[in-house]
Write a protein that binds this ligand. Structure first.
Ligand SMILES: [Zn+2]
Length: 172
């Protein structure tokens, strides 16, 4: 396991459509383990493969509160089966846009199918923060960032902030 560098927006690798994992093997497990470690280290509640420069359809998440034991979930080739009509708004952030938060409205519940780290098929209903996180991370696998759900003005404002931050980081 190792910590992976997290790509920062804007980066063309964050806009790519990721490709399905053909077989869940040792390499997949190694990537997932490193992604979990990187997510906890950041710290964050979710991390998708493109954020660590991989184009595999994998994301990891753990929305348990800090008091509880860690419960990392690995979702491989996730697909949305259904979403609730009821919507929910959360102030979302993203490890690829550090310290920037905006309200995003999404379905309150989402049912997803996915493979786990043993290649076993799952079908799970996520609710509340877990549902928001799962949809945010699945978006990443389709090259979509949470700022793509915002107005063009907000998106360009946040992108400008990120360009400035990346310049500062490059100089330091
Ligand atoms: Zn994100």
């Amino acid at each position: 396991m190792s910590l992976l560098p997290i790509l920062l927006h804007p980066d063309p690798r964050l806009k790519k459509l990721c490709v399905p994992v053909q077989s869940v093997d040792a390499e997949t497990r190694k990537l997932a383990d490193s992604m979990i470690e990187t997510m906890y280290d950041a710290p964050g509640v979710g991390l998708a493969a493109p954020q660590v420069a991989s184009d595999a359809r994998i994301f990891v998440m753990d929305c348990t509160d800090s008091e509880s034991d860690n419960q990392p979930l690995v979702l491989i080739n996730p697909e949305i089966i259904s979403v609730s009509e009821e919507l929910n708004t959360y102030s979302e952030g993203c490890l690829s846009l550090p310290d920037l938060f905006e309200d995003v409205e999404r379905p309150k519940q989402v049912r997803m199918s996915f493979l786990d780290i043993d290649g076993k098929q799952h079908n799970e209903l996520f609710d509340g923060l877990w549902a928001t996180c799962a949809q945010h991370e699945l978006d990443h696998l389709n090259g979509v960032l949470f700022i793509d759900h915002l107005s063009r003005m907000k998106r360009s404002m946040m992108t400008k902030k990120m360009v400035k931050l990346k310049k500062e980081l490059a100089l330091s």
